[in-house]
Ligand binder design. Sequence first.
Ligand code: GLP
Length: 243
Amino acid sequence: MRIIRAKDYDDMSKKAAEIMAAQINLKPDCLLGLATGSSPEGMYAELVKKYEAGMLDFSKVRSYNLDEYVGLPKDNDQSYFYFMNHHLFSKVNMNIENTVLPNGIAEDPTVECEQYNAMIEASGGADLQLLGIGHNGHIGFNEPDDHFTLGTHVVDLAPSTIEANSRYFASYDDVPKQAFSMGIKNIMDAKMILLVVSGEGKADAVNKAFFGPVTPEVPGSILQLHKNVVVVADEAALSQVGK
Ligand code: GLP
């Protein structure tokens, strides 16, 4: 695991965008595993700037996303499809046909999970999987548990995750209580993993996930076992390390 220290959120976003851009330039038809949340927002904005400056071509890039809320259709402004479209897909020359997210309103969630999982297995894993990390160490929506769930599954969100994500909704009660999430094997199948993390609120999660024991109680800790992980973290997020 390589940890790249950034000064602050902006610096983290720029450094992470350089890595994503290098991946796209090296392999224009690369398969990206994408993530939502406030952590990668700035990085997406940097990628859009590079595209607008003529430095990046997304026309052959393919992607699938980590997760989606159960029950939210694509046009709901809190859905992860909406987020991706707003922050990236509609702002660059990405072919929307080449992007996949779990269908939040799938009639049969079990079938949706099986199909999503099969799609990832068939792809052989992303060239680069982008991740954030939750305050409780979750990655995607893989919440702390007594075991790692390998494949794509429906998750009952932890109350602390619902609370954290309620900042985007009118109230706690409006936050969906379940989500589709890629599983740990789906994530670990990626050839490279890029995790972005910023702020003091994540310092405990960073310390436990990357410097503590590997345990499903801290799902992000599994990344210590992946051969090619780059964490771009700002100083505040690294402030608990070694303490
Ligand atoms: C969300 C998402 C994760 C994200 C995490 C942190 O619930 N499912 O993919 O990494 O929580 O979000 P944020 O970056 O907004 O702190």
